[in-house]
Design a protein around this ligand. Structure first.
Ligand SMILES: Cc1cc2nc3c(=O)[nH]c(=O)nc-3n(C[C@H](O)[C@H](O)[C@H](O)COP(=O)(O)OP(=O)(O)OC[C@H]3O[C@@H](n4cnc5c(N)ncnc54)[C@H](O)[C@@H]3O)c2cc1C
Length: 458
């Protein structure tokens, strides 16, 4: 280890290598609280240094795990095999925000909110930011193909990545994509590498599409006394040809957790609320908001509140972004899942989740991007209680099986990482996984970069 540390210090300098136990502990877990200690933490400043680190790691057969801010929820950045934890926070330059070409170029360690603000200053918007955007980094978003509350209308991170600079597992630096609206020259390597969860490359820089900021937005909080009606309203809104910029659901357990945490007047007796935002030209938005209200009223909405001011609207959205931290206060262990089903099957999925919670006698709060069919059933438990954990594991398996039976997927946005690798076969089949393994073997013949993730093998 001493010899490895010396070689790493020669590449990044003494300040860029953290080897004490106290420092390593800080990078031994992610937001899902999966845990494993790295042997050493290395903080490079540029792609050239990362290239040298990867060549060294291949020579010495040491594993490398890339890490942005560690807000991931599937154990993706956790170094299960020890080795080098590659912390990308020093790649923090926004290189350009280009209004004329509606794009921005930034290094992968830029915090997502900083990039959104930079775009906002010139009247542009970066829509696919996740709810963790105040902390997460662009590289982490790209590696996990993050989605956010605006996915329904604007799509996910992958829809905004025009091109990248990446370091391959064997140390070569390549550029993918192009800084043009169209490019079909060769294989779509950008498409392959986005969402590869730090197993196929280290993203160092990205060219990201931006869109003009809408002139007007309107937020609505719709309260329902039964969650099925809330889910049906979503299908009706979209069938009516209305595409809100955000369409989120929170169930009774989530509403109560948020209210206890934030005290902002959330309706504690409601079975569910929908938080909806429309954006665009003022007249069109007001018309859409009125039509949405009509649909929800017809489906027995208890009340509809329209945010009158920007600060009222901000408060509503802060309620949504605090859903996970609010639920996490209730019990010592929080297990947030990430199933997605075709939108039309959401009411059934919600009913199944409730039945599964009852069957296994466990506490589940559900919230999520219902407009995308993406639900986050969040299990509140205590991992020290072995008997309850056995029931929790059975419940999780049943939730995933049900999502697949309904035509869905085991991960809408958080990635497979460590925690969902055992369910991947259920969705992709043996042959599908073999194709992915062949790609991994071709790009990473020594299995150096983030092994143990996605496929579960080390
Ligand atoms: C409160 C909260 C809310 C959240 N809301 C959302 C949400 O709305 N939508 C959503 O999609 N997710 C959400 N997440 C999950 C998480 O924030 C996202 O997945 C985010 O994109 C991770 O970014 P990060 O920088 O923290 O990456 P990390 O957690 O550090 O890493 C995530 C994965 O990416 C890899 N990685 C990181 N940087 C790089 C790089 N430069 N090159 C290659 N691989 C890399 C890691 O190895 C790991 O596999 C939420 C998490 C929390 C805690």
């Amino acid at each position: 280890m001493t010899a490895l540390i010396k070689e790493l210090e020669d590449i990044v300098g003494k300040d860029g290598v953290l080897a004490s136990k106290e420092e390593r502990i800080c990078y031994s877990y992610d937001a899902q609280l999966s845990e494993a200690m790295p042997d050493v933490v290395v903080i490079p400043e540029n792609a050239g240094q990362i290239s040298k680190i990867m060549k060294l790691a291949n020579r010495r057969k040491v594993k490398v795990v890339p890490r942005g801010s560690g807000t991931g929820l599937s154990g993706g950045s956790v170094p299960v095999n020890g080795g080098i934890l590659l912390l990308l926070r020093k790649l923090d330059k926004i290189i350009t925000i280009d209004r004329e070409n509606l794009m921005g170029v930034a290094e992968s360690g830029v915090v997502t909110a900083r990039f959104c603000e930079a775009a906002g200053k010139v009247g542009l918007m970066y829509p696919p930011y996740p709810s963790s955007y105040k902390t997460s980094m662009l590289g982490g978003n790209i590696a996990s193909n993050a989605g956010g509350v605006m996915g329904l209308k604007y799509g996910v991170t992958g829809d905004y990545v025009m091109g990248m600079e990446v370091v391959l597992p064997t140390g070569e630096i390549i550029k993918t994509g192009a800084n043009t609206v169209k490019s079909v020259s060769g294989y779509d390597l950008t498409g392959l590498l986005v969402g590869s969860e730090g197993t196929l490359c280290i993203v160092t820089e990205a060219t990201l599409k931006l869109v003009p900021k809408p002139e007007f937005t309107q937020s609505l909080l719709v309260v329902f006394n039964d969650i099925e009606s809330a889910a049906k309203s979503v299908s009706e809104i979209i069938s009516a040809g209305i595409i809100p910029s955000a369409l989120e659901i929170m169930d009774n357990a989530t509403i109560n957790a948020i209210e206890d945490f934030k005290k902002i007047g959330m309706p504690k007796t409601a079975d569910a609320v929908l938080l909806i935002e429309a954006d665009g030209i003022k007249e069109a938005v007001e018309k859409d908001a009125a039509r949405i209200s009509d649909i929800c009223e017809k489906l027995n909405a208890e009340s509809i509140k329209t945010a009158k001011t920007v600060s009222e609207s901000k408060e509503l959205w802060e309620a949504r972004t605090s859903a996970l931290p609010a639920l996490a206060r209730i019990k010592p262990t929080t297990m947030l899942e990430d199933v997605t089903v075709p939108r039309g099957r959401v009411p059934e999925m919600i009913t199944y989740i409730q039945q599964i919670a009852k069957k296994y006698d466990i506490m589940i709060g559900t919230f999520g991007h219902i407009g995308d069919g993406n639900l986050h059933p969040t299990i509140l438990t205590d991992k020290r209680d072995r008997e309850e954990m056995e029931r929790v594991e059975k419940a999780i398996e049943e939730i995933f099986k049900t999502a697949i039976e309904l035509g869905g997927t085991v991960s809408g946005e958080h990635g497979v990482g460590l925690t969902k690798s055992r369910f991947l076969k259920m969705e992709k089949g043996k042959e599908g996984i073999e194709v992915m393994r062949a790609i991994k073997n071709a790009l990473d013949p020594n299995n150096i970069l983030n092994p143990g993730k996605i496929f579960g093998w080390v």
